[in-house]
Design a protein around this ligand. Sequence first.
Ligand SMILES: *Cc1c(COP(=O)(O)O)cnc(C)c1O
Length: 219
Amino acid sequence: MIAENLQSIKEQLPSEVNLVAVSKFHSVEEIMEAYNAGQRVFGESRPQELAKKVSALPQDIEWHFIGHLQTNKLKMVLPYASLVQSVDSLHLLEAVNAWGVANSKRIDILLELHIGAEQTKQGFTEEEILDLCFRASSFKGVRFCGLMGMATNTDNEEDIRADFTRISDYMAYLKDLFPEMEAFKELSIGMSGDWQIALDYGATMVRIGTAIFGPRVSA
Ligand SMILES: *Cc1c(COP(=O)(O)O)cnc(C)c1O
């Protein structure tokens, strides 16, 4: 089933859009099924779970961290994640940056823009991200690679389109304003319920869990 799901998504996904298979709460065996079907990029949202899976699974998997990250868990995540998609506060950004500097690394990150209607969701405002981009060169331990966002969790397509319009327009604005941020080109939008819509708004990455692996058992 996992291989078939992947196949059908891949058939609809333009080749330049990166598919992140969100494997949180799914087993090593399920991930291997996707791996054997050719999938190499996986997304995890919990540090402990990521660390466990990294050691149990093939080395050529590219792991993206997509969950809320506490600063006391950085060393469980930063050595393994090729992209931290969910940098959602200045406190976290500064901590990741400091870790990168201390380890002579540049950590690739996306800045999470709060776009959905949910009050609880983390993320920066447009103004905060603008301010960070003005100071981008002062963060020597990270590289700003783009924006991540989660649309409102709703069946109302107009609301989803409004959220994606907002982040897509902001991405274009930032790229225009900061041409020197050469790596700033990823727009990570779209999940199981709305990734086809996200393609209309310039998604370069989609993060799909349920539509590949089925429902998550615990949450
Ligand atoms: C869980 C999660 C996803 C995947 O959600 P699905 O609806 O299962 O595709 C994508 N992005 C983030 C940030 C997530 O936490």
